[in-house]
Ligand binder design. Structure first.
Ligand code: AMP
Ligand code: GLY
Length: 436
């Protein structure tokens, strides 16, 4: 089978890793793997094609040239740009939703509308394109409030505002173009208390297979302080994700949303990521949908799973999926904790071009996997930083606490000037285990 992974971050490296592992464990490693554009990490597992993930024409040409059976689309931008539609129209297997279905991520206003129609629990909200009505609405709401750009804003689109004055200021900035087109339409919503949980489900548009949930750490600093980022670390499994919660999330979130988008003629195929707030009374509410795997959740989630996961992706892409009806959730084999190593200056102004010392796998140990994200090789073949989130260091263990130790040990052994990371990934889970 010829498989192409589109994207070049830690998530895509983890997808390549899982594809290789699963192909090997099926005792028939007939997998030919490509990545576009990939990164120095995927280069060890796949043939990197020098094509930007958002260059739809070039990716489509590469799919034809290399006779790709299955394309797995990692990031949101190519989905929103219609890459999945383009490849499906060409008769190719694709894992990833159409541009119309991907609006669940690319338009928060649309996602809210779908949730309202489908009766999905979510924060009370309203959508605005002009300041007058927004002002009036904010005046009537309780503090705090959350102001969100409706469009794709690379993790910068949601601002929690303690006061109405803050909400007015942020709404005005977004509507005046501080986030470009993404903020020309905004959603203002009620602030929800609780613990966040990333629940991802594989779907062919009808059937749903929930993946073991992971918990992201959005804030830059230890103790969940500092600015929001794309995610500084994640772990899996999560203690609050119990069978009764899965049943609720399936019945109250995934099934009604999939029915609603299918009824509109835009069925959703791929992975649907529900960013949930588990409220203090245990009820889930949806903060956002993503039309793709999470980053860094995927770097924790995939190594935690038993081999066999990739076959689901290929089967969905080739429209031959037949999941075991009784299986509600894929099983985890072990715990995994992922620590992100970011560049100095992340998230606003990350330093680039800094040399990285990365010990080899033998030195890191077999309970540590390093996924590349913002790295490149210079003309001498030396590894350097190229972006905000540089590497994801996944530690494995029988418990989350052991996996966290492995992840931190790995993170310490990797060095580059300005390395920025959190030593407390999975702190909630470790606290829970200590209290139990
Ligand atoms: P979003 O892009 O909608 O996922 O928002 C990014 C982050 O902002 C979330 O992961 C939460 O940490 C926070 N957030 C978003 N919406 C809310 C809300 N209604 N209440 C509390 N926090 C929120
Ligand atoms: N880690 C959050 C996301 O992938 O959107």
């Amino acid at each position: 089978m010829n498989v192409l992974v589109v994207g070049g971050g830690g998530r895509e490296h983890a997808l390549c890793w899982a594809l290789r592992r699963d192909a090997a464990s099926a005792f028939s490693d007939d997998l030919t793997l490509f990545a576009a554009p990939g990164n120095p990490g995927t280069a060890a597992l796949a043939t990197n094609l020098p094509i930007s993930a958002t260059a739809v024409d070039e990716v489509a040409a590469a799919v034809a040239q290399h006779d790709i059976d299955v394309t797995i689309i990692g990031p949101e931008a190519p989905l929103a740009a219609g890459l999945a539609d383009r490849l499906r129209d060409a008769g190719r297997g694709v894992f990833g939703p159409s541009a119309a279905a991907a609006r669940l991520e690319s338009s928060k206003a649309y996602a809210k509308e779908v949730m309202r129609r489908a009766g999905v629990p979510t924060a009370a909200s309203a959508t605005f394109v002009g300041m007058g009505p927004a002002l009036e609405y904010i005046g009537d709401q309780a503090e705090p409030l959350v102001v969100k750009a409706s469009g794709l804003a690379a993790g910068k689109g949601a601002v929690v505002c303690k006061t109405r004055e803050d909400a007015v200021r942020v709404a005005r900035e977004m509507l005046e173009g501080s986030l470009g087109e993404a903020g020309k339409e905004i959603v203002i919503e009620e602030f929800l208390d609780g613990e966040e949980l990333s629940v991802l489900a594989l779907t062919d548009g009808e059937r749903v297979l929930i993946l073991p949930p992971a918990q992201d750490h959005k804030r830059l600093g230890e103790g969940d302080t500092g600015p929001n980022t794309g995610g500084m670390g994640a772990y899996c499994p999560v203690g609050i994700a119990t069978e009764p919660l899965f049943a609720r999330v399936r019945a109250e979130v995934f099934e009604p949303v999939l029915r609603e988008v299918a009824a509109q003629g835009t069925p959703y195929e791929g992975v649907l990521y529900a960013g949930l707030m588990i409220r203090p009374d245990g009820t889930p509410a949806v903060l956002e949908f993503n039309a793709r795997f999470g980053d860094p959740e995927t770097q924790a989630l995939l190594p935690a799973l038993l081999p066999g996961f990739s076959e689901h992706l290929a089967a969905i892409a080739q429209r031959r999926w037949n999941p075991v009806a009784t299986q509600q959730v894929l099983s985890v084999e072990r715990a995994a904790v992922t620590t992100v190593l970011a560049a100095r200056g992340y998230p606003d102004n990350p330093e680039k071009g800094v040399a990285i010392r990365l010990p080899d796998a033998a030195e890191l140990g077999d309970d540590v996997i390093v996924f590349h994200a913002g790295t490149y090789r210079d003309n001498e073949g030396r590894l350097r930083t190229s972006g905000g989130r540089v590497l994801s260091v996944t530690g494995l263990g029988d418990t989350v606490a052991l996996a966290a130790q492995a992840s931190r040990r790995g993170a310490e052994r990797i060095s580059f000037e300005g390395k920025t990371w959190r030593r407390d990934i999975a702190w909630r889970e470790i606290q829970r285990a200590g209290a139990a």
